[in-house]
Design a protein around this ligand. Sequence first.
Ligand SMILES: Nc1ncnc2c1ncn2[C@@H]1O[C@H](COP(=O)(O)OP(=O)(O)OP(=O)(O)O)[C@@H](O)[C@H]1O
Ligand SMILES: [Mg+2]
Length: 126
Amino acid sequence: MGEVKWTNEQLLAIKEKGENILVAAAAGSGKTAVLVERIINKIINEKIDIDKILVVTFTKAAASEMRERILEAIYKEIEKNPKNIHLQKQITLLSKASICTIDSFCLDIVKNNFFEIRNISKLKNS
Ligand SMILES: Nc1ncnc2c1ncn2[C@@H]1O[C@H](COP(=O)(O)OP(=O)(O)OP(=O)(O)O)[C@@H](O)[C@H]1O
Ligand SMILES: [Mg+2]
């Protein structure tokens, strides 16, 4: 498959920086593709590691789809740039990247900060 020719609206959603952005578009119109491209651009242009990006979804199926499509996109970039060590590193980092449902992300925060939470509730009760 050749390169996708992004629409102007998609390009805006891919490139926009420093703002909260909301993308609403019809089913199958390329929302996930745009999100994946945004992430890939950040990895390449800003040298950000994938495990420093939080990607949350509502369903487990959407989270696994995101992880799979990000992996696919990284492989595609490696094909174009086989010597890029930063890109190769992302394959390993992807396994510990936070690409999950919002429920599992919140549960992780509670589990990982259990002692802090317990101390706060003790203070409140005293
Ligand atoms: N500008 C474009 N030109 C050609 N194909 C595109 C373009 N944008 C997206 N696509 C393709 O359209 C298909 C559907 O895209 P995608 O899964 O990202 O849509 P979606 O909006 O997330 O769908 P859903 O609502 O089901 O989650 C994919 O195969 C994607 O590569
Ligand atoms: Mg989608």
